[in-house]
Structure formats: C-alpha cells, structure tokens
Design a protein around this ligand. Structure first.
Ligand code: DQA
Length: 143
C-alpha cells in the first residue's frame, strides 16, 4: 500500500527557487509531512523528482505495478505534456494533481493542464500543504 508522489522539473530547487512563489520548504519537508499523513491511514509514500519528461513517464509505468495511487506535480510539463497525460491514462488507481502556487492567478499559459484531463482531483495554491491534502484524498478514495 504505497502512494507515489511524483515531481517534475525544477522542483529539486524547491525552497531555494522563487521562494516568494513556492515558499522556503524543501521536497524533503514534503516527504516527511506526506509520510506522516499516509502513515496514519496505513499507507507509505515514495517521493521522486526528475527534470526529464521520459523519466516521469517511466515512473508512471512503474506505478502501475507498485502504487495504489499517484500524487503528481508535473511542474512545467503540466502545460505541455501529452506523454505524461497518456501515461497517467494507463494507470488505474486514483491520481491527484498538485500545484504549490495558484496557477490560475498566474500567466495564462499556466491555466491549461493536460494532466487535469486525467486527474481525479486538482489542488492549487495551498503551498506544500497541497501535497498532504492530496495524500489524504488518495487515502479516502482507496478506503
Ligand atoms: C507548479 C506550477 C507550474 O506552472 C510551474 O511550471 C512549476 C510549479 C506549482 O507547483 O505551482 O514549476 O507546478
């Protein structure tokens, strides 16, 4: 019973990158918080980050065997990647899309998400708490 938390490009810099938009907390902080929330419901989490689209596609394929659900922040690939959408369409469990910032308050090119065509839910603008909310939601969808 594992939830995969997948992160796209530039999120390795979370905590250092544009902190006025993305905050000061790091992906390690995200992992700790999500592990706690999931643990309360009897789930574990695996958090991964890549700057490469194909790597994210490969991880989604792996999740077909290994994960009960996926939390994904595809970062900039949200707005461009048909490949990530197609991979998620081949995954049968619940998928929640997360954006740390409120993408709807930002540039128009951030308003469209390919991944939203598959996601069971979308959380934007709740900071890194959005990941915890997403994990909680996956747990209830699987309960
Ligand atoms: C983001 C929003 C995207 O538009 C952006 O490209 C990111 C991060 C977010 O978490 O707010 O890299 O997904």
């Amino acid at each position: 019973k594992t939830i995969h938390i997948l992160n796209g490009p530039n999120l390795n810099l979370l905590g250092q990158r544009e902190p006025e938009i993305y905050g000061r907390e790091t992906l390690a902080d995200v992992e700790t918080a999500c592990a706690r929330v999931a643990g309360e419901k009897g789930f574990s989490v695996t958090l991964r980050q890549s700057n490469h689209e194909g790597q994210i596609v490969d991880w989604i394929h792996e999740a077909r065997q290994e994960a009960s659900g996926i939390v994904i922040n595809p970062a900039a690939y949200t707005h461009t990647s048909v490949a990530i959408l197609d991979a998620l369409n081949a995954f049968e469990g619940p998928v929640i899309e997360v954006h740390i910032s409120n993408v709807h308050k930002r540039e128009v090119f951030r308003h469209r998400s390919y991944v939203s065509l598959r996601a069971d839910g979308v959380i934007a603008g709740c900071g890194i708490e959005g990941y915890e909310l997403a994990v909680r939601r996956i747990c209830s969808l699987l309960a």
